[in-house]
Write a protein that binds this ligand. Structure first.
Ligand SMILES: [Zn+2]
Length: 88
């Protein structure tokens, strides 16, 4: 299911943690990708994820190591979902 939707004519994405009402649109220097099958974790839920994993993800993405970054993203996603259900 895509978490991307259009609000007032602008594309937005919803945080992937269920019942979280945080959304974001394009940001300066960080536009939403053109495809629909990407995911986003809001700041509150992302902060709950192990800091080493977050730092590693940033490094892998900078180096263009997309496959490793994607595998790590799946773990981060799982952790955010696990922890996120208790955080509002
Ligand atoms: Zn969230």
């Amino acid at each position: 299911m895509s978490l991307v939707f259009t609000f007032n004519g602008r594309r937005q994405i919803r945080c992937l943690v269920p019942f979280c009402d945080k959304t974001r649109g394009d940001r300066k220097g960080s536009a939403l990708p053109p495809h629909e099958d990407f995911e986003w974790i809001c700041g509150n839920h992302y902060k709950a994820v192990d800091a080493r994993k977050r730092q590693l993800l940033t490094r892998l993405r900078k180096k263009g190591m997309d496959q490793l970054a994607h595998r790590l993203w799946l773990k981060i996603r799982e952790e955010a979902l696990d922890k996120g259900m208790g955080i509002r």
